[in-house]
Design a protein around this ligand. Structure first.
Ligand code: ADP
Ligand code: X15
Length: 395
């Protein structure tokens, strides 16, 4: 990577604002179900502690839409970090303001504080310069180690770099290097697998992906938008109906450019998303109007697994179903197993996707487990990520 890293800058005794991605999956009671993203940030944090910096961590968590919301506090993440570091982490109640400034002023070399969720302020996602300046005023140096959020041009991921010397953390450096090497000249067939729930965001990357991949596999919530675009009943399924035109254009473009576009052929439906509810497997043109498609079916697993068997490079983001709730985890587990057998490069990314692969015990069978989902996809598109662009170039 052509960007300066935390090794290229003097941090001793200085306040260092570190943007991390602690947007970790949690269960309905708020308990962290996968701490990969917190563990992935440890190297940078431990290095800064050893170097005698004052470590000021900033992160978002969920999408609280610019309002304080107790459900999206970073308390559990702070506790998990303290446990993993084996030292105290002071979690603050805000990320700017007089109390935050006082707490930061009281820090000693080697101390770690975690600011409250930066998305409690609407200014964060607007990349408001004044908000960025106030965050920057807490520190002398900025380190971006949030690869998972590097595709967002927000105040704490990009804007703040206008006010401080800005360098990459070890995780950011590692992610960009590994992905860059694996995807510069990918061995073919090259397959991308997409699913999950962030349909409106991620449907936008497909256009550019069609110029890169030989096969595109779409499952999970993402697939329903394509079913709807094809004129099918989607019942109560997660579906972005206003993206139907985009979906149709993408299907046409894939056809014209000779990219194989695989959608599920069968799905698992249920009336509600809850453990133990009655379920049925139906063809995709027979989704009942009072039910939701919550997973891909067994024939789809077979179809996707066969495409992965032939692949030499695979990038996967987005679960195939609502895998957190049994039995809607089967599609995701089936594809995870097929990923583990890929004879070539297999990259899986995304908070929930990684959680699913960890849960299946298959993470170490992948070439690379990335902390970024949307970020990996945008990197794969060939875009420069705003969170990386904002950092200082190597001399
Ligand atoms: N068919 C579906 N219906 C409802 N939710 C789904 C469906 N398929 C996947 N999901 C949900 O998508 C979420 C993950 O989506 P996303 O955030 O895009 O993935 P990642 O975090 O890996 O990038 C999971 O919480 C999962 O339950
Ligand atoms: O979870 C994340 O992305 P991902 O779901 O694509 O892996 C990142 O923390 C970014 O979160 P955002 O998509 O709410 O900006």
């Amino acid at each position: 990577m052509n960007k300066k890293t935390v090794c290229d800058i003097d941090v001793r005794g200085k306040g260092v604002l570190v943007r991390v991605d602690f947007n970790v999956p949690v269960d309905e009671t708020g308990v962290i179900t996968d701490d990969t993203r917190i563990r992935a940030a440890l190297l940078t944090i431990q290095y800064l502690i050893q170097e005698g910096a004052k470590v000021i961590l900033a992160s978002h968590f969920g999408r609280p839409k610019g309002k304080v919301n107790d459900k999206y506090r970073l308390t559990a993440a702070g506790e998990r970090l303290a446990h993993l570091l084996g030292r105290p982490v002071k979690k603050l109640d805000d990320c700017i303001g007089p109390e935050t400034e006082a707490a930061v002023r009281a820090m000693q070399a080697g101390d770690v504080v975690l600011l409250e969720n930066v998305r409690f302020y609407p200014e964060e996602e607007k990349n408001d310069p004044e908000f960025a300046r106030r965050l920057a005023a807490l520190a002398h140096v900025y380190v971006n180690d949030a690869f998972g959020t590097a595709h967002r041009a927000h105040a704490s991921t990009a804007g703040v770099a206008a006010y401080l010397p800005a360098v990459a953390g070890f995780l950011m450096d590692k992610e960009i290097s590994i992905m860059g090497k694996a995807l510069a000249a990918p061995e073919r067939p090259f397959v991308a697998v997409m699913g999950g729930a962030k349909v409106a965001d991620k449907i936008a990357v497909i256009d550019n992906l069609l110029a890169k991949v030989d096969t595109l596999i779409i499952g999970g919530g993402m697939a329903n938008t394509f079913f709807y675009a094809l004129g099918r009943e989607v019942g109560k399924s997660l579906c972005e109906k206003d993206k139907a035109d985009t979906a149709r254009e993408l299907l046409d473009k894939a056809k014209a450019s000779g990219v194989r576009f695989l959608l599920p052929v069968d799905v698992v439906v249920a009336e509600t998303l809850a453990a133990g509810v009655p379920t049925a497997v139906v063809p995709v043109d027979a989704i009942p109007s009072d039910k939701a498609a919550l997973d891909i079916g067994p024939e789809s697993i077979q179809l996707f697994a066969q495409a992965l068997k032939e692949a030499k490079t695979v990038v996967w983001n987005g679960p195939m179903g609502a895998f957190e709730t049994v039995p809607f985890d089967r599609g995701t587990l089936g594809v995870a197993e097929a990923m583990a057998e890929v004879q070539g490069v297999s990259i899986i990314g995304g908070g929930d996707s990684v959680a699913a692969v960890e849960k299946a015990g298959l993470a170490d069978r992948m070439t690379h487990v990335s902390t970024g989902g949307g970020a990996s996809l945008e990197f794969l598109e060939g875009r420069e990520l705003p969170g990386v662009a904002a950092l200082a170039d190597k001399a």
